[in-house]
Structure formats: structure tokens, C-alpha cells
Design a protein around this ligand. Structure first.
Ligand SMILES: Cc1ncc(COP(=O)(O)O)c(C=O)c1O
Length: 403
């Protein structure tokens, strides 16, 4: 007999690395999700900045259906049309000339860091291996990516780490200058730190880091896994700054909910690579690429991109109404619909509680650390859905404040 699919079953059969909510979503459409009992939730979390077009967008469903009847997988022993199409779209709309496809953000970053090291070693010398990264950054969960990420809670406890990685405070150009040298192969950063609390890079910082990288022949790597693909109102966040990276990684919203990631770079940097140096079985599979092509065309439109700031303003307007009543929020952070709200000191460490109580009141939100609430909804969420979700959040806040 099949066991009942309950939250309790999770605690028996899944590796205990997550602490999911008590309800189990079974269906989603747009910015609404339904659980096993037919209860409806407003989704302000968007699968952690993944479902940029909401759930089951009809055009994505159609693209998936059409491709599912043609070709799912052939491996990289062969190329395929959807991956070539998607690569061309990415190239036509960014600084890049070359694309490597993988399946998750961590894998795209793993490829980026390996490429940065490989390029420096091939082109300069075997000692040019230092990677400069930032505290509070997050780049994924492989051992190389947690080691480059600036949060000990994710990287410690697994034995010796990859060497020659140094962390300095984000937005502190002097700190970068102090550690930059001829042995540096790359500086790695998120233009908006997604998991680390939604700090945005200042223009002066990005411009300064770019200059330093040029001076020391180091590559500038932007991790846009969370802040890319329209989330901050441009296709990629770097396009708001007058600063081009040498390597950029993209994932999450790239597939609109279907797993896919990409690492973008230039012809010059790509020139050191040859068959066999790096690879993945599933990367660039036709099914993922067909969905991502459709997601790309929808997201990369003036209508969707321009709508991001309008929706951010609506979110902040509604959050201000909550704040007028409960004096809970201290500061708005992030860009576009990568929106962070820092809690007042008296509510520090309450972010996760708020998230749990919000779920009780049927609205899905996120935290980023223990003091910041995070909203990463669909880029096309409607005004009504925002208002309804905020009405629910108001009740949740009331419960937490009065607890
Ligand atoms: C900026 C950033 N980089 C990398 C990752 C890792 O992506 P994935 O979980 O798809 O491996 C994340 C995930 O949250 C992220 O926010």
C-alpha cells in the first residue's frame, strides 16, 4: 500500500537538510498555490526567485508540452536546436560571446570558478589562483562554491577546503585593494547579495573593482543567479551599472521553474577551453532549453521589465501601511522584485517566525538571514494579488507583534 503523502513522511524519508512548511503545495497558477486540502496561498516567494512568470504560465506549459513530444535528452555528444537558440538569445542580449549550460546555480558557478582559474593558469602562470570574494555572499552548495561563498555556516564542517580564496567586506573597495595582487585570478560577487541580506553593490564599488581587475589581469565574475533574468528591472543587473563582467552566471528564473543554468563569457576567455576540460551530462538539454527560450522571450520584453519597478513600488506602498501600524520595518533593500525588508532591532531573529506565521495566514514569503524578510514574487504578479497577499501578511504581523 502507498503511504499517505504527509509532512510527517518528509521527516522519515528525506535527508534532514530542510525544514519545509507544514502544508504541501499540489497545484499552482500565476501567483496562487493550493495545498492538499484545497487551501489557497498567495505566493510572494516565487520558488526563491525562480518562478519569474508565476506557476504554470500557459506559454511555458505549451513550450514544455511541444518539446516533450520531440526530444528530451541527447547528451553533449550531440548538440541540439533549443540549446543553440537559447545561447544565441543570451549572446545577443549581453556582453557575452560564449555560453556553457548546466542545471543549477551552483554548477554554473563551479564552471565559472574553474574557468577563471584555468584561464589565469594557462594564460599567465600556475600561481595566479587567488579568488577574492565577499562576506555574506552565496554561490551554491558544491564544495568550491560554498568555499567561495562568504558564510561559514555553509562551508565549515566538511574538512579541508579548496585553497587560495579570501573574503573581504562587500562594498569596501579599500579592502579589495588591500588583498588584490598579481596572483589574483578573479573577483567574484553578486551585484545584489540574495541570500546574505539583500545588500546592493554601489556603482562606485563595481566600477572600482572593474578597474582593479583590469590593472591586475584578474577576471570579474558576476553571480546573477538570483538577481538576473529581469528580477531587478533589467535583463541582468550589471546592465544598470556601467560595468561589464568577464564571466556571468545565470540560473533560477532562466528556466522559469524548469532547472537550467548558464555561464556566460567572452571569446577571449573561452579560448583556453577545449573538449574534455569541463562538462555535464544534462547541461543544455533540449527540454530545459526549450522552456528557457520561451521564458526568455517573455521576460526580455519592455512590458515585463518595466513592470518590475511599478510592482516594487506597490509592494513598498503596502509594506508602509503595515509599518504605519506595527513599526516593524527599518529599511527597504535590494532592487526591483528582489526586495528585502530589514526588521527593527527589537524584531531581530524574528524573520523565520514571521515566515511561518505568514504561511498560517496563507501567504508565502521568504527570509534572508534572521533579520530580513525577502520578497521574490513573479515579475508579472497582479495588483490584486499583491493587495490580497499584503492583507494576509498584515494579519500575520499582528499575530507576531502581539505574541
Ligand atoms: C546568488 C546565488 N548563487 C548561486 C545559488 C545556487 O543556486 P542553486 O541552488 O540552483 O545551485 C543561489 C541560490 O540561492 C544564489 O542565490
Amino acid at each position: 500500500m502507498q503511504p499517505k503523502m504527509t509532512r510527517e513522511l518528509f521527516d522519515k524519508v528525506i535527508l534532514p537538510v530542510y525544514a519545509p512548511a507544514n502544508f504541501i503545495p499540489v497545484k499552482g497558477f500565476g501567483s496562487r498555490v493550493w495545498d492538499q486540502h484545497g487551501e489557497e496561498y498567495i505566493d510572494f516567494a516565487g520558488g526563491i526567485a525562480v518562478n519569474a512568470l508565476g506557476h504554470c504560465h500557459p506559454r511555458l506549459v505549451k513550450a514544455l508540452q511541444v518539446q516533450s513530444e520531440k526530444l528530451w535528452h541527447v547528451s553533449n555528444v550531440f548538440t541540439n536546436e533549443p540549446s543553440l537558440k537559447l545561447a544565441q538569445k543570451l549572446i545577443d542580449n549581453t556582453f557575452a560571446d560564449r555560453v556553457f549550460f548546466a542545471n543549477s546555480g551552483a554548477e554554473a558557478n563551479e564552471a565559472a570558478f574553474k574557468l577563471a582559474r584555468y584561464y589565469a593558469i594557462q594564460k599567465y602562470n600556475p600561481y595566479k589562483t587567488k579568488i577574492i570574494a565577499f562576506y555574506q555572499s552565496f554561490h551554491g552548495r558544491t564544495f568550491f562554491t560554498v568555499s567561495v561563498g562568504g558564510q561559514a555556516k555553509y562551508s565549515d564542517g566538511f574538512g579541508p577546503k579548496p585553497a587560495d580564496i579570501i573574503h573581504v567586506p562587500f562594498n569596501d573597495l579599500d579592502a579589495v585593494k588591500a588583498v588584490m595582487d598579481d596572483h589574483t585570478c578573479a573577483v567574484v560577487l553578486e551585484p545584489v547579495q540574495g541570500e546574505g541580506g539583500l545588500a546592493s553593490a554601489t556603482p562606485e564599488f563595481l566600477q572600482g573593482v572593474r578597474k582593479l581587475c583590469d590593472e591586475y589581469q584578474a577576471l570579474l565574475v558576476f553571480d546573477e543567479v538570483q538577481c538576473g533574468m529581469g528580477r531587478t528591472g533589467r535583463l541582468y543587473t550589471y546592465q544598470q551599472y556601467d560595468v561589464k563582467p568577464d564571466i556571468l552566471t545565470s540560473a533560477k528564473a532562466l528556466g522559469g521553474g524548469f532547472p537550467i543554468s548558464a555561464m556566460l563569457t567572452t571569446n577571449e576567455i573561452a579560448s583556453v577551453m577545449h573538449p574534455g576540460v569541463h562538462g555535464t551530462t544534462y547541461g543544455g538539454n533540449p527540454l530545459a532549453c526549450a522552456v528557457a527560450c520561451e521564458a526568455f522571450d517573455i521576460i526580455n520584453s519592455p512590458e515585463v521589465l518595466e513592470g518590475v519597478q511599478i510592482r516594487r513600488a506597490l509592494f513598498i506602498k503596502e509594506l508602509e501601511l503595515i509599518n504605519d501600524k506595527f513599526k516593524l520595518f527599518r529599511e527597504y533593500r535590494g532592487k526591483g522584485l528582489l526586495l528585502g525588508v530589514e526588521l527593527q532591532p527589537e524584531f531581530h531573529n524574528k524573520a523565520r517566525d514571521l515566515l511561518n506565521v505568514a504561511a498560517e495566514f496563507k501567504v508565502m514569503i521568504l527570509n534572508a538571514g534572521s533579520n530580513v524578510l525577502r520578497f521574490t514574487p513573479s515579475l508579472i504578479i497582479s495588483e490584486d494579488e499583491i493587495k490580497e497577499g499584503m492583507a494576509r501578511l498584515t494579519k500575520a504581523v499582528e499575530k507576531v507583534v502581539n505574541a
